[in-house]
Ligand binder design. Structure first.
Ligand code: APR
Length: 180
């Protein structure tokens, strides 16, 4: 069960790292970004301010901070693409968010990581197109990184969970329910 799809609140997940769907300033926002900052406490914003001073985080890239009051040790902040109709390389940028997050997982020897559904909220990326991109990148990382023991995708609503479960069945063969 190295890949798990669950419905819930990512701020409650005690993985080595949870991934934040941030914006380029890294200074917080709404959605999962707001939830993570609220749960982590003010020290997270203080650390993010230092990253902001160094230029923040361009779309498709990722930055690592501590998790502070979160159960997760680290937060990997990544910036997804804003959906602009699908002809502005949004799908490539979204794939790069997952690749960049896994590069930090590998570099820091992390064994477990949890993702939200990046870009499918305020950034408007259609979730039926985002889910297969996310799942393909996660499966590639699980095949490539022997130290990686568990990847969890934490969906906020039942509908989003069902969308990911359907996408997983398509990308990995019909008999893979919600967990593999
Ligand atoms: N746990 C897990 N998932 C969550 C949580 C939570 N606590 N809160 C929201 N989500 C889900 C949303 O339902 C959505 O499916 O995270 C997904 C991503 O939505 P957003 O948080 O809106 O992120 P995104 O679409 O990438 O937009 C990023 O929004 O919050 C701002 O600062 C952020 O400007 C950035 C933009």
């Amino acid at each position: 069960m190295k890949l798990e799809l669950v419905q819930g609140d990512i701020t409650k997940v005690a993985a080595d790292a949870i991934v934040n769907a941030a914006n380029s300033s890294l200074l917080g926002g709404g959605g999962v970004d707001g939830a993570i900052h609220r749960a982590a406490g003010p020290e997270l914003l203080a650390e993010c301010r230092t990253l902001h001073a160094q230029g923040g985080c361009p779309p498709g890239q990722a930055r690592l901070t501590k998790g502070y009051r979160l159960p997760a040790r680290y937060v990997i902040h990544t910036v997804g693409p804003v959906w602009r109709g699908g002809n502005q390389a949004e799908e490539a940028v979204l794939a790069r968010c997952y690749k960049s997050a896994f590069a930090l997982v590998e570099a820091n020897g992390l064994r477990s990581v949890a993702f939200p559904s990046i870009s499918t909220g305020a950034y408007g990326f259609p979730i039926d197109r985002a889910a297969p991109i996310a799942l393909r990148e996660i499966q590639a990382a699980l095949a490539r990184l022997p130290q990686l023991e568990k990847v969890t995708v934490v969906l906020f609503s039942p509908g989003d969970l069902e969308m990911y479960q359907r996408a997983l069945a398509r990308v990995s063969g019909p008999d893979q329910g919600g967990n593999v």
